[in-house]
Write a protein that binds this ligand. Structure first.
Ligand SMILES: [Zn+2]
Length: 348
């Protein structure tokens, strides 16, 4: 399995020290659906997701995140286990993923971005997709004020993006090195610029982009997130648990302490009001080492969560930190590739 160098070293170091040590992995999904364009590679098709669950059921090793947290704290981990999680709180988690989780009796935790349950806008990366990567005509030059700096980007020929252009380019994603047109280059550049901004600055920049594109704010049915009622439905049946994913999906490490604390606490309180129970698990937005700090980890712990998930690959063993649980990011792999990648984690 291709892992970033540091994670690979950590994995092998852990395996060398505890070759027969019990442990497992936590899977990170985002969406279960099929979209014609998925520039962030967030979607796993329902067919592939069913194949993943079939494999997991055949290996009898699935555990809920809350049970895993309890066992990790008590240092009594089961032999080999897998836990399933989802980030962001897209509505397909309820309508596509949940029926499959029920069919295969697989527990899961869905981390919901608190501020999104009001359904005011799409996630910012989806709004960029709607404005830039869908067919249509845009002005030839984009001038945009982002956080007080004026950016000027030229679309050139890609100002007119036909249905054929869209069909030719729709398989593109951010991990590709080559951008097939200026539309993808601008999408990539704006992701980089908007990602670290505080919500209010990002909203201003997106409003500027909407005005430039002559478009209205809209939420596509295909890009909707769970409403409060749907978050409650997600937990019906007891197989799925809802966790918190901050309020506005910020890079927590980029915020002052008070704003970080507010993001963490408000998401917990809001979801607890909706669900009528204590919310126990947190997931750091974006979740890599640079997206949160030691102070963030302390704040999450002090807020009363019992565990928190990150977004870097790693094996969960006895020494794993309960508030920085590593996860394997799952892509739209078929059952064979999923089994092979998981097998490599367990068998080397
Ligand atoms: Zn997220």
């Amino acid at each position: 399995m291709r892992l970033p160098g540091r994670e690979r070293l950590r994995y092998w170091a852990e395996r060398a020290v505890f070759p027969f040590c019990p442990g497992g992995v936590i899977l990170l999904y985002h969406r279960v659906c099929e979209l014609s364009s998925d520039p962030q590679r967030l979607c796993v098709s329902p067919k592939h997701f069913a194949e993943h669950l079939e494999y997991l059921r055949g290996h009898g090793c699935v555990i809920s995140l809350s049970a895993l947290a309890e066992k990790l704290e008590a240092k009594v981990l089961p032999g080999r286990f897998v836990a399933v999680t989802f980030d962001d709180g897209y509505s397909d988690n309820l309508y596509e993923a949940k029926p499959l989780l029920e069919r295969y009796r697989t527990p899961a935790t869905v981390f919901v971005t608190g501020g999104c349950v009001r359904q005011e806008r799409e996630f910012w990366w989806d709004e960029l997709d709607r404005l830039l990567l869908q067919p249509g005509r845009l002005p030839e030059t984009l001038q945009l004020n982002i956080g007080g700096n004026l950016f000027r980007l030229a679309l050139g020929k890609a100002a007119h993006y036909t249905g054929e252009d869209y069909c030719r380019c729709r398989g593109w994603n951010m991990e590709e090195r080559h951008d097939p047109s200026a539309r993808q280059s601008i999408y990539r550049a704006l992701c980089k610029l908007l990602g670290p901004l505080p919500e209010s600055e990002r909203r201003k920049a997106l409003d500027g982009l909407l005005a430039w594109a002559g478009a209205e704010p809209a939420i596509r049915a295909s890009h909707r997130v769970l409403s409060g009622k749907e978050a409650l439905q997600m937990e019906e049946g007891g197989l799925v648990e809802v966790g918190a994913h901050a309020m506005t999906h910020p890079v927590l490490s980029s915020l002052p302490s008070a704003a970080q604390r507010s993001e963490i606490l408000r998401s917990k309180t809001l979801l607890e009001d909706i669900l009528g129970r204590r919310v126990q698990a947190f997931s750091y937005p974006y979740g890599s080492h640079s997206d949160y700090t030691g102070e963030t980890v302390s704040m999450v712990r002090e807020a009363g969560f019992v565990c928190a998930c990150s977004n870097f690959a790693g094996f969960v063993g006895r020494g794993t930190e309960l508030f920085q649980l590593p996860r394997l990011l799952v892509r739209d792999w078929d059952g064979g590739e999923f089994a092979s990648r998981l097998g490599k984690w367990f068998d080397g």
